[in-house]
Design a protein around this ligand. Structure first.
Ligand code: NAD
Length: 490
């Protein structure tokens, strides 16, 4: 068992600017608390606008030398960081459980998943090919090459404190960009420790700067108005994403937007129901339901709805809720008290419209922000749970009769991030892939995130892809060199 005070003493509390951990320019701070107990964990420096600009100054100062650093060197720093994150895995996992609440087993899973972005992009760094050809007329030799976009602002959410950072930092390093990272103020400890780990892996000063802040806009507004910034990569809610897209327009910034989701989990009568139940559990309950990929709407073909619901309810009833540091905990606390209030109001709204809680449906005694694993049945599609991101352990079950109805229900949302389909008919799987307007589709699987896969949404779920070969392209710009044909005129 990790000693908590020793662990917390390893986490830097300052702002990381140009390789130095410093205090905030006006002395303001951010308090970080444990959502399972309400206990205070740490006090960090809170960046002002002036600090944010100082962080961008530091990033700009080394952009040119970093861009010229050999790909092999950048690759080896990422590889070393991958190894260090694994050596410090228990520290990272415990920090995430302490500040975010997820059970330790899930936090360990996030360390593995988050570290994979470091390994994947270490490999991509040295294989970021351009191409060479002739234009069709034969008058020019055409060479394309990748250049780093330039200094980036990276803004991450609280729900995956390590993986959302590595998914941006690793491809930015691979492409040769420098960056200012602004972690969520609710869970900055993991990002602080990660930044120290990157420095320990040999990342030069100024390439990665970290500015946690009480006020996110105090950081984002001056940086996005600064013509030296070239890109903003954001993971978070759709309303904040829209605000940032508007701000990005003024300087025509490159943007990557990983926004909200409202994933359907579609279970056909021809599915292996045990696989579907386990898949729906994983899709819904990973991270306590606090995930953009969470299976928000479980759509089950009418003829198997009773059997599916019985099995699913039994699994949800068996979950143990508690402090994520306890060995047997399946479901930790919600991130904040207001998240529990929102879950309560979502259930009340559905019940008012005729739904019934087959299990759960209420908040649990504190201290801490706990909500019971909940299954809602007989839910009308007018209910808020059909439209809004639930972001908690509530699983509403809806039914359908035909494949066309399933696709129409699945698509009946402004979001388009993840979707999940359970069927044993591969032809149906392809029809669903054609019909569903989502960037990601799980086929007989409730967990599909992977560093090698392009992750991202369509519609109001965002722009761009993270991970895969596509991930490095988000931080690169393509330069084309047209060379006069050397034999022209001979
Ligand atoms: P959020 O939008 O409230 O905050 C995300 C980040 O943006 C935080 O760092 C926050 O401090 C910052 N922020 C908030 N207001 C800002 C502003 N005006 N200007 C600049 N930055 C600002 O989201 P959250 O509650 O931290 O995270 C949950 C949301 O993130 C959900 O909607 C979830 O679906 C989404 N999410 C998406 C993905 C994805 O990959 N698509 C992954 C995880 C979470």
């Amino acid at each position: 068992m990790t000693d908590i005070s020793t662990l917390l003493s390893k986490v830097p509390t300052g702002l990381l600017i140009g390789g130095q951990w410093r205090d905030s320019s006006d002395g303001t701070t951010v308090d970080v608390d444990n959502p399972a107990t309400g206990e205070h964990l740490a006090t960090l420096a809170s960046a002002t606008s002036e600090d944010a600009v100082a962080a961008l100054d530091a990033a700009c100062a080394v952009q040119e030398s970093w861009a010229r650093t050999a790909p092999r060197t950048r690759s080896e720093i990422l590889r070393k960081a991958f190894e260090l994150v694994h050596e410090r895995a228990e520290d990272f996992a415990t920090l995430m459980t302490l500040e975010m609440g997820k059970p330790l087993a899930e936090a360990r899973g996030e360390v593995t998943y988050g570290a994979e972005y470091l390994r994947w992009f270490a490999e991509e760094t040295v294989r970021h090919y351009g191409h060479h050809t002739e234009v069709p007329e034969g008058t020019l030799r055409m060479t394309t090459r990748h250049k780093p976009v330039g200094p980036c602002l990276l803004i991450t959410p609280w729900n995956f404190p390590l993986a959302m950072a590595t998914r941006k930092v690793a491809p930015a390093i691979a492409a040769g960009c420098t960056m200012v990272l602004k972690p969520a103020k609710l869970t900055p400890l993991t990002a602080q420790y990660f930044a120290q780990t990157m420095a320990d892996a040999g990342l030069p000063d100024g390439v990665l700067n970290v500015v946690t802040s009480q006020s996110a806009s105090s950081v984002s507004e001056p940086l996005m108005a600064d013509p030296r910034l070239r890109k903003v990569s954001f993971t978070g809610s759709t309303p904040v994403g829209r605000t940032l897209l508007k701000a990005a327009a003024d300087n025509v910034l490159r943007t990557s937007m990983e926004l909200g989701g409202n994933a359907p989990v579609i279970v056909f009568a021809d599915a292996d129901l045990d696989v579907a139940v386990e898949g729906a559990m994983a899709a819904k309950m990973r991270n306590g339901g606090e995930a953009c990929t969470a299976g928000n709407r479980i759509l089950v073909e009418e003829s198997v709805a009773a059997e599916f619901t019985e099995k699913f309810v039994a699994r949800m009833e068996g979950l143990v809720t508690g402090d994520g540091l306890e060995d047997n905990t399946d479901l930790g606390p919600m991130i904040e008290a207001k998240a529990v209030d929102n879950l309560e109001s979502l259930v009340a709204d559905a019940v008012n419209l005729g739904a019934r809680a087959a299990v759960g449906g209420q908040r649990l005694d504190g201290p801490g922000n706990f909500f019971a694993p909940t299954v809602l049945v007989d839910v009308p599609t007018e209910a808020r749970v059909f439209r809004e991101e639930i972001f908690g352990p509530i699983a509403p079950i809806f039914t359908f009769r035909t494949e066309e109805e399933a696709v129409a229900l699945g698509n009946d949302t402004e979001y388009g991030l993840a979707s999940y389909v359970f069927t044993q008919d591969p032809a149906r799987m392809y029809r669903l892939a054609d019909g569903l307007e989502f960037g990601l589709m799980g086929y007989n699987s409730g967990v599909i995130s992977n560093a090698a896969a392009p992750f991202g949404g369509v519609k109001q779920s965002g722009l761009g892809r993270e991970g895969g070969a596509e991930g490095i392209a988000e931080y690169s710009t393509v330069q084309y060199i047209g060379q006069r044909d050397p034999y022209a005129g001979r």
